[in-house]
Design a protein around this ligand. Structure first.
Ligand SMILES: Cc1ncc(COP(=O)(O)O)c(C=O)c1O
Length: 438
């Protein structure tokens, strides 16, 4: 375990102290990071896992535990930002991979397995009548958006401030110069009136409305059912494609949030855990639109991709969804998550501090803020430095969540004892940082 940090009365000072203690306690991660700097910009190839002063370097994982290069162990409550739902080294996933290893890989063609995984996906997610696989959630969104632009013959896409759809399509606080170069209209999340007006005003140029039905990495902020229902109604009225980016949220019920709410988009993007923990993405929806990719057609849309049917992803995805994260397991894990979030919020309420946990089911996120959090704009008024301090205090207590934004995604192997450890660490944070949380 890292050395716990002393509480402090000044937030900036407390955070500096926490980072200094972190740096002191993790010399091997620091040295490995220094080594990486000359080859990779910022010593990093995945901006989301970077944090100041340097990211922890992980060495291995088992179940819901992680070990870093300095030998500290952590309860993994980040769960690879929803992709790691099975935990580390799950024996069933491992057996599926071992079986595949024996048969070889890079087989130069189609295999039986992609149709098996496709069958599971089509069975689970109501909007997906036909599916195609890709390698990431980013790619899934790119293909869905481009398909929408082709079938509607219109150029623009409406997205929501605070939503993340991969590194090439983000509507988060900073404008993203890497966004794909087509016109976007940005609307306010959960604001029914303003969004309806924006859709109506731009209807003649909008190909698609794309939304995370719960903002995931941006703070686990659920869309209201009324808001999603309005999107469905308005997009249908104007023949605009409604795309649900369920890359993260598809795990929140057996059929994703679309099934939970009974609001069925035209197209859905999937990723993360869908490949059993291997690189994965999938896009799909209406058969009539997806058939545009049928290579037997003279006018078929191209969709190649060397690793679209990567045998490890297919094997791990099939094993995961058919043997582990069954529909029943999805219901059970999300019920556990709801109870856990209620427990944490009860701790915060009892202590009467400006701290709360938002989310649905197995995905949650802390906010240093009182009152309802209905949009990223409201969430942004929370104290980001204190939340960062929570991250470092948790790390010092042997718990890992997402740096800075503090996303938590529960994995199946987390035990009641792990939940107790986390709840105790939150109580400890409230106790030691009480003066800062007022
Ligand atoms: C909602 C959402 N969409 C898309 C993506 C991009 O997925 P990937 O990182 O697999 O490209 C993410 C990743 O976090 C995501 O949370």
């Amino acid at each position: 375990m890292n050395t716990p940090v002393a509480p402090n009365t000044d937030i900036a000072q407390a955070l500096d102290d926490a980072k200094a203690a972190y740096a002191k306690g993790n010399p091997t991660s620091a040295a490995l990071y220094q080594k990486a700097l000359p080859m990779m910009p910022g010593g990093n190839t995945r901006s989301g896992v970077f944090f100041d002063p340097f990211p922890l370097m992980f060495r291995r994982g088992e179940g819901a535990r992680l070990w870093d290069e300095d030998g500290h162990s952590y309860v993994d409550v980040l769960g690879e930002a929803t992709a790691g739902i099975y935990g580390h080294n799950h024996p069933t996933i491992r057996a599926a991979i071992d079986d595949r290893l024996a048969l070889g890989w890079n087989l130069s063609g189609a295999t039986a397995s992609e149709a098996v995984l496709a069958g599971i996906v089509v069975d689970r997610f109501p909007s997906i009548e036909r599916v195609r696989f890709v390698n990431s959630g980013t790619e899934a969104n790119m293909f869905n958006v481009q398909l929408a632009r082709i079938v509607t013959g219109r150029p623009a896409v409406l997205g929501f401030a605070g939503c993340y759809h991969g590194g090439l399509l983000t509507f988060t606080a900073q404008t993203n110069p890497l966004n794909v170069p087509f016109e976007t209209v940005i609307a306010p999340y959960n604001d029914i009136e303003a969004t309806a007006a924006a859709i109506d005003a731009n209807a003649d140029k909008l190909a698609a409305v794309i939304i995370e039905p719960m903002i995931g990495g941006g703070g686990c902020i659920p869309a209201t059912v009324e808001f999603l229902a309005m999107l469905r109604e308005r997009t249908k009225k104007h023949d605009i494609a409604l795309i649900f980016d369920e890359v993260m949220t598809s795990r929140l019920s057996p059929g994703g949030l679309q099934a939970k709410y009974g609001i069925i988009p035209d197209l859905t993007s999937l990723g993360k855990y869908i490949g059993g923990g291997f690189s994965a993405g999938a896009f799909g929806g209406k058969a009539e639109w997806m058939e545009r990719f049928d290579p037997r057609r003279g006018d078929a849309l191209p969709h190649s991709g060397t690793y679209n049917n990567n045998v490890f992803t297919m094997a791990a995805g099939i094993a995961g969804l058919s043997k582990i994260y069954t529909k029943e397991a999805a219901v059970a894990l999300n019920a556990k998550g709801d109870a856990f979030r209620d427990r944490l919020n009860a701790i915060c309420a009892k202590a009467d501090v400006a701290l709360q946990f938002t989310g649905i089911g197995s995905m949650l996120a802390p906010h240093v803020l009182r009152g309802p959090i209905t949009s990223p704009q409201v969430a942004a008024t929370g104290n980001a430095k204190l939340r960062e301090l929570l991250f470092f205090d948790l790390v010092a207590n042997g718990i890992f969540i997402m740096p800075k934004r503090c996303l938590m995604a529960l994995s199946l192997p987390l035990t009641d004892r792990d939940f107790d450890i986390f709840a105790a660490a939150v109580e400890e944070f409230i106790h030691s940082r009480r003066s800062l949380l007022r």
